[in-house]
Design a protein around this ligand. Structure first.
Ligand code: TEU
Ligand code: CA
Length: 562
């Protein structure tokens, strides 16, 4: 019987490059993580997910792997990693690693060999097709990073497929040897003590190998998505992979990133046959984008509530959710869904309440527990991210679009917003590094930083600690049933969580305005406050027979119904 420890866990996501530098080169590393294990233990998280640490030329910060069995030198050695895993385990935390196997780096020896040598056994590790001509790729698919999804290689007189940057050629999962190789790589890391995997864009591994042209009507965001998103063959590949590993390692977690997955896709991944234990679905993360992420719009709270509720209850609550409000690919949640100017702390605490009172496994992105805000970028040269730079080149350099307008968009939606260094203290470079960080540091580290927040009982950090502790105390918050109240309210998010032990009422005012006359459910029963981000509310502490309450701007309360 599998233990399913992740159902009771809070996961913390570490973006290694920006977490903590230990050797003064301005880049976060494994030594830095080791230094901060006590911080993570005090926060109360149960597991960490580390973004990729395998050898890489870093075109996409580790999401382009050059050697799947080596640690990136910049981050440390294999021995450092072993020490780190050991220390996490000693402190009662699990270690989940990012496995990037939809594609490799173009500098991987497999790809290098495939390019050079026609008879290479690695030829078939990648996806090659003849084009209509040297300039005309096999079909009209676009990559996620603003280019065509095909790049021509003169040596082979063929194009290879890459759904991301051209330096990230897609691996050919049709090939049995490749599939076995992937299982072996994963076994290699399991032998090192890894407790599970976050499988990068795993929903894209199966492709329609007839490679039809995409059509605007049936594709999402980019041309071609219908022919490679969450296809039946992907489910088969995952079942096979799982079978290869489960007999030896039956206590590991598989978290799959499945862009564009619907609840029905999720059901197949999680509930039918052993494939994934939870998915990372992108629907909520697209709520403030128009047809694609580069056309931002105001997030509609009602739509947000609908999306969350749908995922909480669909298929009779059988789909185990991962809950997250941001990650290294998204802007900071407080800048995006809260009010990072007038109500930064209060709205960050509200978002913490939301994250940690939903059903599923919450994932905290590093720095959100401090209420960190979006980066401060003024010039394209300050951006590092390949996606952002490609978009800039396409729009400003090639299409001659107005630079200021494009700058405005990228400073709002660029992935670099959440990749600025962790703000540990008010010391030089926020205590992240003794030397200049690899990416521009937020100047607000003098106010927003872990050392200051640790001392302040009312800080965002201490609120996160309390929320995590509450979740640990009440199984109701982890696995209890979810039921939404007030679905039509324009700014208030309100729901019950319930199991045999207790019923909790969560109520969140996601706006800058006070709201009056919110109906209190179950008027006859007394309600005791478990946690709140509102100082006046905390003074009162309970509701006796009130039928209505008013909520202050960004107020978040969790009540236990007696
Ligand atoms: O991201 C996958 C993904 O779907 C991206 O398109 C994501 O939506 C985009 O970055 C948002 O702008 C994963 C990783 O999380 C990301 O860091 C990698 O760049 C990408 O895969 C390729 O490996
Ligand atoms: Ca370093």
């Amino acid at each position: 019987m599998r233990e399913k420890w992740w159902k009771d866990s809070v996961i913390y996501q570490i973006y290694i490059k920006s977490f903590q530098d230990s050797n003064g080169d301005g880049v976060g590393d494994i030594g830095g993580i080791i230094k901060r294990i006590p911080y993570l233990k005090e926060l109360g998280v149960d597991a960490v997910w580390m973004t990729p640490f395998m050898d890489s030329p870093n075109v996409d910060n580790g999401y382009d792997v050059r050697d799947y069995r080596r640690v990136l030198e910049e981050f440390g050695t294999m021995d450092d990693l072993r020490t780190m895993i050991h220390l996490f385990h000693e402190n009662g935390m699990k270690v989940i690693m990012d496995m990037v196997v939809n594609h490799s780096s173009n500098q991987h020896r497999w790809f290098q060999d495939a390019v050079r040598n026609e008879a290479s056994p690695y030829q078939n590790y990648y996806i090659w097709r003849k084009g209509k001509s040297e300039e005309q790729p096999p079909n009209n698919w676009n990559s996620f990073f603003s280019e065509s999804a095909w790049t021509y290689v003169p040596e082979r007189n063929k194009f290879y497929l890459h759904l991301f940057a051209k330096e990230q050629p897609d691996l050919n999962w049709e090939n049995e040897s490749l599939r076995k190789e992937v299982a072996d790589i994963m076994k290699f890391w399991l032998e090192e003590g890894i407790d599970g995997f976050r499988m990068d864009v795993i929903g894209l591994i199966g492709k329609d190998i007839t490679f039809p042209d995409g059509t605007f009507e049936n594709d999402l965001e980019m041309i071609g998505t219908q022919y490679y998103s969450n296809l039946p063959q992907t489910h088969q590949y995952l079942q096979e992979l799982r079978q290869r590993l489960d007999s030896e390692y039956n206590n590991i977690v598989f978290i799959g990133e499945t862009t564009y997955a619907t609840v029905d896709d999720a059901y197949k991944y999680i509930c039918e046959k052993p494939e994934l234990d939870m998915i990372l679905q992108s629907e909520l993360m697209e709520v403030d984008a128009d047809t694609d992420k580069w056309i931002p719009k105001q997030a509609d709270l009602k739509e947000m509530k609908q999306i969350i509720t749908k995922w909480q209850i669909s298929h009779n609550g059988q789909i185990w959710n991962s809950i997250f409000l941001g990650n290294h690919d998204k802007p900071r949640c407080v800048s995006r869904f809260g009010n990072s100017v007038e109500y930064r702390e209060k709205s960050a605490k509200l978002l913490s309440t939301l994250l940690l009172t939903l059903r599923g496994t919450p994932i905290i992105y590093q720095g959100d527990e401090l209420g960190m805000t979006n980066g401060e970028f003024e010039d394209i040269s300050q951006f590092d991210d390949v996606e952002t730079r490609n978009f800039w080149n396409q729009e400003v350099v090639e299409k001659k679009r107005n630079a200021e307008a494009v700058m405005q968009i990228i400073s709002r939606v660029s992935r670099d917003n959440s990749r600025t260094p962790m703000q540990w203290s008010e010391e030089k470079n926020g205590g992240f590094s003794t030397e200049k960080p690899w990416i521009r540091m937020n100047s607000n580290y003098h106010i927003i930083n872990a050392a200051e927040e640790k001392k302040d009982p009312e800080s965002v950090l201490n609120y996160y600690k309390d929320m995590i502790a509450l979740r640990k105390k009440f199984s109701t918050l982890r696995t209890g049933k979810y039921q939404e109240l007030l679905p039509d309210h324009p700014t208030v998010f309100s729901y019950f969580r319930e199991n045999d032990e207790r019923r909790l009422w969560v109520v969140l005012n996601m706006s800058d305005y006070k709201v009056e006359n919110i109906s209190v459910p179950e008027v006859e029963r007394k309600k005791v406050l478990c946690i709140s981000n509102d100082s006046e509310r905390k003074l009162k502490g309970s509701l006796e027979k009130e039928t209505k309450i008013s909520l202050s701007p960004w107020e978040a309360d969790v009540w236990q119904i007696e």
